[in-house]
Write a protein that binds this ligand. Structure first.
Ligand SMILES: *[C@@H]1O[C@H](CO)[C@@H](O)[C@H](O)[C@H]1NC(C)=O
Ligand SMILES: *[C@@H]1O[C@H](CO)[C@@H](O)[C@H](O)[C@H]1NC(C)=O
Ligand SMILES: *[C@@H]1O[C@H](CO)[C@@H](O)[C@H](O)[C@H]1NC(C)=O
Ligand SMILES: *[C@@H]1O[C@H](CO)[C@@H](O)[C@H](O)[C@H]1NC(C)=O
Ligand SMILES: *[C@@H]1O[C@H](CO)[C@@H](O)[C@H](O)[C@H]1NC(C)=O
Ligand SMILES: *[C@@H]1O[C@H](CO)[C@@H](O)[C@H](O)[C@H]1NC(C)=O
Ligand SMILES: *[C@@H]1O[C@H](CO)[C@@H](O)[C@H](O)[C@H]1NC(C)=O
Length: 779
């Protein structure tokens, strides 16, 4: 017993000493540059020189991350802000004297690398591959091991719900299309990005049933990779350890969606050796072949084929998927049925995203059913079930043992020889959506750079406004004022004039500043715990914002059981009144675009200019109020969610209003600011059409606005959306296209609000939006 104690004691002293003596400490004031200009270093090395933190080449620029400097391959194991565009050569990585680790551009813009709010006084690149920042108490406040990208190193631990995302390619370390998650049920499994965590999409699972929810993936320095359960018992050894010295290991989810355990012998200048990989069937993960393509295995070699009638977008890059090699007929055309044939691709497995299912005794009947249905672009036929689909089909692979037949509606006239539709527009319509996605991302970067300036100006302008007001002496403090109940009783003249009521309480008219300013005073009824939280959120969120397109919170009352909120009075009611009251005249198309732009500006402010970021969570016409000049302002922040400084996504229970809620809430996926983009998209459709998103008084096909809008768009009959109200066709098309991009199921494909605003300006071409309900594999 004593010996063991002694041993333990020795080993602790020994390791502590080794660490202290060894690790070079980086102090505030240190600087790195991509090119080492001016005698600076380009990276900070670990003690042994094995690992380095700093700049490495990425695309046509640089990225910041951790790489293995001690081997010729300089393998990258971690990347900071991996989805940012490559950095120019004139950036600096500055560990500032006030303890922040930031990138500074030549223009002085700052991007955080390690976003900890605490002040760091020391940093160290450890020989384990972990980069650590310590505070003045010498305890770590940030470490790269806690923010894994696509690689897992010995010493790292992956706990429940933690995710690794593959890289886009072997050389491009931005987020790719596969992910690996340590699941609550104790299994380590992989999924394509953009799919729910359900059995249909998962692959390559490793684990033991019944061991969840606290199973972790662990990795020892000898290469031993294993799962431990919640009480630290080995439940599965994935690879065994090897006692040989001088070998380093990594475990990576590669860009092809396969996780691999690699080893590298430092003594021999060889390459990485794969010791274990999963799944061994390289077609199993689907997604590899892009949309409308499927994976075929020949002797372990995977190749990608296209659906009948389709061809590769790019012969050299199968991952981009396949596009139609025939022209489509509009639903109204008399060739809508006769212009097509059904072609079969047997023994293939696809994602079943059917919009309808019927029983068909034979494959031919299923094909005929699809042929006659203008919405049907393909059908999956298995065991007499005929499952109709829209394109694209995704996650395709050949599986000889599976009896599913994919039936594809193929146009009889080929693309190149079709005289009716000019080739150019065909290309535009049918260029693979993945490419559009890529273009959009590139485009977003440009827009960001351009609009950055505009927004900056706007923000300064808005702030100037505040100070001007103060100077003018209106007493308009930026922070909301705290009132007593008695004061507000006076302000509202004893709660005399009621302006409206809702589920939350009643709104009264009032006047402050000696009657000079009319206000709306909202009295929350029944002080439930939920109301209290909502009250706090509202005061916290809106109290710290100031923007032309947000309703101002002028004051609040938190007095005994009374909870009241004082707002600017909005004399023109809500957007819902304007849009949905049949008695009102519809606003003009210009006016509608202007309203949409103003709302977008308000949301951009919440998403991009507030620190921390704010997700509104309840964007809908009822929460948009119109001031006396008809300027739209976003109101009601009860359900808003504040993100922590370095958070981009969050898990919370579902918030919002039925009809406007983004699908990821229902799927239990983390939510991001893109949930607001979705709600905005639905609302934009309502603004365009001056109707509610669901209206069962209308004919069945028109009842759901988003489906109806896509249908009209697809058939090139946008006029139908407005019941033949005469509007500018171009403007209408812009608004519908933007809305359809906003309501895509896959959050990452939805544009940012900044881009939405830019698109609404109508100065750029907007790519054709894909069907809102079809899942897409984002590249
Ligand atoms: C660059 O790194 C070396 C060793 O890692 C160090 O001795 C030197 O001081 C560094 N140079 C600068 C300018 O920080
Ligand atoms: C690093 O950042 C600090 C704070 O922003 C700044 O004062 C300093 O000049 C920067 N160092 C260099 C070398 O640019
Ligand atoms: C950071 O803190 C850890 C734990 O207290 C300590 O072992 C390490 O030496 C510190 N590193 C630096 C660079 O101060
Ligand atoms: C896994 O390996 C560890 C250490 O090598 C061993 O103690 C344990 O029994 C193994 N567990 C299983 C489930 O194989
Ligand atoms: C596309 O269609 C044209 C005309 O029918 C045909 O010549 C060509 O081979 C097709 N391409 C592919 C890749 O199938
Ligand atoms: C789609 O197919 C599945 C499986 O056959 C079926 O259970 C489901 O009802 C179908 N969905 C629709 C919308 O028809
Ligand atoms: C950096 O800041 C300048 C103004 O200081 C601005 O014009 C520019 O757009 C910003 N760049 C980025 C990428 O945000």
């Amino acid at each position: 017993m004593a010996t063991i104690m002694l041993l333990l004691l020795f080993s602790t002293i020994f390791t502590a000493e080794a660490q202290q003596a060894g690790q070079p400490v980086i102090r505030p004031g240190s600087l790195l540059t991509p090119t080492g200009i001016g005698g600076t270093n380009t990276s900070w090395l670990s003690h042994s020189g094995l690992y380095a933190f700093g700049f490495y080449k990425q695309g046509n620029g640089y990225a910041v991350g951790i790489f293995i400097a001690g081997i010729p391959q300089k393998t990258v194991v971690w990347t900071a802000n991996r989805d940012d565009p490559p950095l120019p050569a004139d950036v600096k990585l500055n560990f500032t004297s006030d303890g922040r680790l930031i990138l500074q551009s030549a223009q002085g813009n700052e991007t955080r690398i390690a976003s900890s709010t605490e002040v760091a006084v020391a940093a160290s690149m450890l020989d384990s591959g972990n980069f650590v920042l310590n505070n003045s108490d010498n305890s770590p406040i940030w470490q790269s091991f806690n923010q894994p990208t696509d690689t897992f190193l010995p010493g790292q631990k992956l706990t429940t719900d933690q995710v690794l995302f593959s890289s886009r390619s072997a050389t491009d370390h931005s987020t790719g299309i596969f992910r690996l998650i340590m699941q609550q049920d104790g299994w380590l499994a992989m999924y394509p990005v953009g799919t729910p965590f359900t059995l249909q999409y998962g692959y390559g699972g490793v684990g033991v049933d019944g061991e969840g929810p606290d199973v972790s993936l662990n990795f020892d320095t000898d290469g031993h990779l294993y799962l431990l359960n919640g009480i630290g018992i080995y439940i599965m050894n994935i690879t065994s350890g090897s006692p040989t010295k001088g070998i380093i290991y990594r475990f990576t989810i590669d860009h092809d969606g396969i996780s691999r355990h690699y080893s590298h012998n430092l003594d021999q200048n060889g390459d990485w050796k794969v010791t274990w990989s999963n799944p061994t069937d390289v077609c199993l993960q689907g997604g590899l072949c892009g949309i409308n393509g499927f994976c075929v295995l020949n002797d372990q070699d995977a190749s990608c084929k296209c659906l009948p009638g389709f061809k590769h977008v790019n012969e050299d890059n199968w991952a981009l998927g396949c596009q139609k090699n025939f022209s489509s007929k509009s639903c109204e055309s008399n060739e809508a049925v006769s212009g097509y044939t059904m072609e079969a691709e047997p023994n293939t497995i696809w994602e079943n995203a059917n919009y309808s299912m019927q029983i068909s005794p034979t494959q031919e009947e299923c094909g005929q059913a699809c042929l006659r249905d203008c919405n049907c672009e393909a059908a999956l036929y298995k065991d007499r079930e005929c499952m109709k689909q829209r394109l694209p089909l995704r996650f395709g692979r050949r599986q000889q043992s599976d009896s599913t037949v994919a039936l594809i509606k193929v146009g009889k006239s080929s693309l190149s020889t079709d005289p009716i539709v000019p080739k150019e527009s065909n290309k535009e319509i049918r260029v693979d959506i993945l490419i559009i996605g890529v273009l959009l991302i590139a485009f977003e970067c440009i827009v960001l750079a351009v609009s950055g300036f505009v927004v900056y100006k706007y923000c300064v302008w808005a702030n100037k406004n505040i100070s001007n007001n103060e100077q003018v002496g209106l007493g308009e403090d930026v922070a909301p004022k705290s009132y007593t109940y008695a004061e507000l009783e006076k302000v509202t003249d004893g709660f005399k004039e009621e302006l409206g009521r809702g589920a939350f309480g009643i709104v009264y008219r009032g006047a402050i500043w000696n009657g000079e300013k009319i206000v709306a005073v909202k009295r929350l009824d029944k002080l439930l715990a939920e109301r209290e939280r909502e009250f706090q959120t509202e005061v916290k969120v809106i109290g710290r914002t100031h923007h032309k397109n947000l309703v101002r919170l002028l004051g609040y009352c938190h007095d005994g059981p009374n909870r009241l909120l004082v707002y600017d009075y909005m004399s023109n009611g809500s957007l819902a009144d304007i849009l949905f009251k049949p008695s009102k005249q519809r606003p003009s198309c210009d006016r509608r675009i202007e309203i949409a732009r103003n709302i977008a500006k308000g949301i951009i402010y919440l998403h991009e200019e507030c620190e921390p970021q704010i997700i509104h969570c309840d964007i809908k016409p009822h929460n948009i109020l119109m001031d006396e000049n008809g300027c739209a302002k976003l109101a009601d922040f009860r359900l808003a969610k504040l993100l922590k400084p370095d958070q981009t996504k969050t898990y919370t229970d579902i918030r919002g209003t039925k009809g406007y809620v983004a699908p990821e809430w229902h799927r239990n996926l983390p939510v991001t600011i893109k949930v607001d983009v979705y709600s905005f998209g639905i609302m934009l459709l309502e603004i365009i059409c001056c109707r509610r998103n669901t209206d069962f008084d209308l004919p069945e096909e028109e009842a759901l606005l988003e489906e109806w809008a896509y249908h009209c768009f697809e058939c090139g009959e946008l006029g139908k959306l407005l019941n033949d109200e005469v509007v500018d066709k171009k403007q209408l098309e812009i608004m519908v296209k933007v809305a359809l991009w906003c309501i895509l199921d896959e959050p990452s494909l939805r544009p940012s609000m900044k881009k939405v605003l830019h698109l609404l300006e109508g100065t750029v071409d907007i790519p054709i939006p894909p069907s809102p309900t079809s899942f897409l594999t984002a590249l």
